[in-house]
Design a protein around this ligand. Structure first.
Ligand SMILES: [Zn+2]
Ligand SMILES: [Zn+2]
Length: 404
């Protein structure tokens, strides 16, 4: 059986060739990875996901860090970090943190596990397809690894002031992240979709097909829904450029209050000291914590600005139907997609500090409204880059070349 695959990044159609295990196929036009073949993907995927599920449950009940301050022990847990933000009245931010570090990773693990088991058993059931769609869509919003970096930054920052101990939950959190990453690496989507999707004949004229966003099946151009996974089909992402601009402009506007209002408010011996993003970086340099000062500077200042400017450049180039450096632009887009979510590290660090450092009268840290504005900037830029369709750049350039 031969079938076709359309490149996710440029839209070029290729015939799907059988690969040896461990090999991957690249797009001839833009160089992106089209698909891979893994050795025993389903059994290994199920093993890693089962381990991740158990570890993820344990992370919810075990302490992550302990701070000894004024003779008392203060323990940070995942839920204490969420509660500390809610207690400061920033409940929308508390819900975001709860979603990104608990609900979304949990749903991703569980739904991918259900789909992988269904694929191994060959159950072509709508529930299996729904589960795998859900598991794959959530990948950028599962931020356990960023939360771990936030914990490490908080640890280094506090270790300069007081006695801090790493707890078992932190080690299990790191193991959970490794298991999810291993499952993502071995569980090749096609290995699952080919066994849970509806049996479908390949499209006869591949150059006239439309690629499914969900299962990557190349469906006939006239189809409204994917014959394999039943997702709604679009030739390209709908109103991609308009939506991308709208999210980007909203993010750029919110970036102003995110920098003007405090990320956190430190109260020490009756003195309150609001700290902005930039102020926090300056404090870290002043405390000679250069390593984390650089991490926070890159994640909180460099990445958001580079992302807003970079996406605006991609959007303008696509609107002008520019044919210049298409491969580099495709690669720049992939980098923007990958790096943007890491800006949440500062928000997670504030949540952890606020849950740990709370001795009223002596020393306490509270999250500020700036943290909410900043988290909103990160989320809006993630929506902006998810709305952008890199294939439009190739389409526009091809059309202009066709006429010239
Ligand atoms: Zn391509
Ligand atoms: Zn599909």
């Amino acid at each position: 059986m031969s079938s076709y695959v359309a490149c996710h990044d440029c839209g070029a159609v290729h015939r799907r060739e059988p690969l040896a295990p461990g090999r991957k196929a690249r797009c001839r036009r833009c160089g992106s990875t089209l698909y891979r073949r893994r050795h025993d993907p389903l059994n290994r995927g199920i093993a890693f996901l089962s381990a991740a599920l158990v570890l993820w449950l344990l992370v919810h009940v075990l302490p992550l860090l302990t701070l000894r301050l004024d003779g008392a022990a203060h323990t940070a847990t995942l839920h204490a970090a969420v509660r500390a933000i809610a207690d400061a009245g920033l409940w929308p931010l508390a819900l975001m943190v709860l979603a990104f570090v608990s609900l979304v990773p949990g749903t991703k693990i569980l739904s991918s596990l259900i789909a992988a088991i269904a694929a191994r058993q060959g159950w072509r059931h709508p529930i299996a397809r729904l589960a795998f769609t859900l598991g794959q869509r959530q990948t950028p919003w599962a931020m356990l690894e960023i939360f771990l970096l936030g914990l490490i930054v908080a640890y280094v920052k506090l270790a300069a002031l007081a006695r801090v101990e790493l707890e078992a939950g932190l080690v299990l959190l790191a193991l959970t992240i490794l298991c999810i990453a291993a499952a993502d690496a071995v569980l090749e989507p096609e290995a699952v979709w080919s066994r849970i999707g509806r049996p479908t004949p390949p499209v006869p004229a591949p150059d006239r097909g439309v690629a499914c966003h969900t299962c990557h099946w190349l469906a006939p151009a006239v189809a409204r829904r994917c014959p394999r996974c039943n997702a709604t089909l679009h030739h390209r992402k709908a109103r991609s450029l308009q939506r991308s601009w709208a999210f980007l402009i909203a993010a750029a506007v919110l970036y102003i209050p995110a920098n003007l209002y405090p990320m956190m408010i430190i109260s020490q011996l009756g003195r309150t000291d609001p700290t902005t993003i930039l102020g926090g970086v300056v404090d870290l340099f002043a405390a000679q914590l250069y390593g984390i000062a650089v991490i926070v500077f890159v994640a909180s200042i460099l990445v958001p600005v580079a992302k807003i400017v970079g996406l605006a450049w991609l959007l303008i180039a696509t609107q002008r139907r520019s044919a210049d450096s298409l491969r580099s632009r495709t690669r720049a887009y992939a980098a923007i997609e990958f790096v943007g979510r890491w800006s949440m590290v500062d928000v997670f660090m504030v949540a952890i500090l606020a849950s740990l450092v709370n001795v009223p009268g002596l020393l306490s840290i509270e999250p500020g409204i700036g943290a909410f504005a900043f988290a909103s900037v990160v989320i809006l830029t993630m929506f902006a880059s998810a709305s952008y369709d890199p294939r439009l750049a190739w389409d526009g350039a091809t059309v202009r070349h066709g006429h010239g």
